[in-house]
Design a protein around this ligand. Structure first.
Ligand code: 5GP
Length: 200
């Protein structure tokens, strides 16, 4: 299953997705980006950091499931890792912006789209200011972008309010459990049922 988590910068997406562990069936996709590495970020863990030329090369070779420009930088999801992990039965988590999320939904209608929101806009502003990773101009740009992103909320399957990390993670696990129980995702179980019935 493909699980997409979007939400305004400062909504806590990074913190929430890091709590979705492989032991519970999740695989986190690692995006490519041309933005500068922030202090503490690790190449190959948080992102694959690359130049614009390197990014274009992968994109032009059809190596990206989706891509978007955010605050002047390119971001994209390498397709090979996603396909490989899905084949192995993982729920692959993409933490991507709204533009990219809608590209994936168009290609893979069975992808599940979750929008993560902070409780209020003033809380969002506060989080952006206190995390101290962006300057004032960048905070303003991200805050304006947040308003545009929230307008796309009706195109998402679920809304999770991140007023408490534990609650947000619990809600996401509940969504995944419910999605996995949809009949359309259970072809294998249904054919198993028919085999048993025919053999009875
Ligand atoms: P940041 O610079 O704060 O790490 O990310 C900026 C925005 O880009 C966030 O909304 C994040 O979810 C989004 N983003 C990160 N990786 C990707 C990606 O591979 N594709 C798209 N479309 N957006 C991404």
């Amino acid at each position: 299953m493909l699980l997409i988590i979007s939400g305004p910068s400062g909504s806590g997406k990074g913190t929430v997705t890091k709590r979705l562990h492989p032991g519970e069936g999740y695989a986190l996709s690692i995006s490519m980006t041309t933005r500068e590495k922030r202090p503490g970020e690790i190449h190959g863990v948080d992102y694959v950091f690359c130049t614009k030329d390197e990014f274009r090369e992968v994109r032009d070779a059809d190596g990206l499931l989706e891509h978007a420009t955010f605050s002047g930088n390119y971001y994209g999801t390498p397709a090979s890792y996603v396909n490989q992990q899905i084949r192995q039965g993982y729920t692959v988590v993409l933490e991507i912006d709204v533009v990219g999320a809608l590209q994936v939904k168009a290609k893979r209608p069975d992808a599940v789209l979750i929008f993560l929101m902070p409780p209020t806009f003033s809380e969002l502003r506060h989080r952006l200011e206190t995390r101290g990773t962006e300057d004032e101009d960048e905070i303003d740009r991200r805050f304006r972008r947040a308003t545009d992103e929230v307008a796309e909320l009706p195109k998402y399957d679920y809304l999770v309010i991140n007023d408490d990390i534990d609650n947000a993670v619990r809600d996401i696990n509940l969504i995944v459990t419910a999605e996995k129980l949809k009949p359309g995702r259970s072809d294998e179980k249904i054919s198993h049922f028919h085999d048993n019935y025919n053999g009875a």
